[in-house]
Design a protein. Structure first.
Length: 223
């Protein structure tokens, strides 16, 4: 059973997501919060498997809550799925840096939201396809890039780990990566477990951003 916390300051959105997730046999909504302060309190009390957060909330915003739940000093770590809109890029970048595992638009199809919760609970980051290129392009162009090329990955990673990173950056799941490399899913997970600390990141999504920042993968529109 996947235990989920839902936090959103809009009553209708909060109720809708709660009802949507609660109707699934393998998902249980264990806490519902109307602001970021309440979300943190309930997360610490209930220890959910996933915290589904609105990015802009009163008291504490989604970035602050994400940093507390899944940032570098979080213990234990609660994976965070952020809900956003196209007009909140700066918040989105902050949440990405805070360690959030996934991002979805609030008007995503119900099946997409359900699948995203399952993916985040399983340790697989997720980004709405409508956001991916735009967000990564903006993120890379706004942030100070390290003066490196693909050689940096060669210095840090084994050949197989680099292959996994490249496929990860293409949006592949563990299962898809395993099929592409003709290995077991457990082998892919092992490579990821060794790779993330080498890159200085804590999530799959941050590893993808690292690959774009270091020009391991090209971002359309960024020279």
């Amino acid at each position: 059973m996947i235990r989920v916390l839902v936090a959103d300051d809009q009553p209708l959105v909060r109720a809708g997501i709660t009802a949507l997730l609660g109707a699934e046999a393998d998902i249980e909504v264990v806490a519902v919060a109307a602001d970021g302060g309440e979300a943190l309190e309930l997360a610490r009390r209930t220890a959910p498997d996933v915290a589904c957060l609105d990015i802009r909330m009163p008291v504490r915003n989604g970035i602050e809550v994400a940093r507390e739940l899944c940032g570098p000093d979080a213990d234990p770590v609660v994976p965070v799925l952020i809900l956003t809109t196209f007009g909140l890029d700066d918040y989105l970048f902050g949440a990405l840096e805070a360690g959030a595992s996934g991002f979805l638009l609030k008007d995503a199809d119900p099946d997409v939201i359900i699948r995203a919760v399952r993916q985040v609970a399983a340790g697989n980051g997720t980004v709405d396809q409508a956001l991916t290129r735009r967000v990564l392009r903006e993120f890379v162009s706004r942030r100070s890039l390290q003066p490196v090329t693909g050689d940096r990955a060669d210095d840090l990673l084994t050949v197989r780990e680099r292959e996994v990173l490249m496929l990860l950056a293409q949006g592949m799941s563990n299962e898809e990566i395993a099929a592409e490399l003709v290995v077991e899913v457990s082998t892919v997970k092992s490579h990821l477990a060794r790779m993330l600390p080498k890159l200085g990141v804590r999530s799959r999504l941050q590893a993808v951003v690292w690959a774009y920042q270091n020009r391991i993968v090209a971002v359309p529109g960024v020279e």
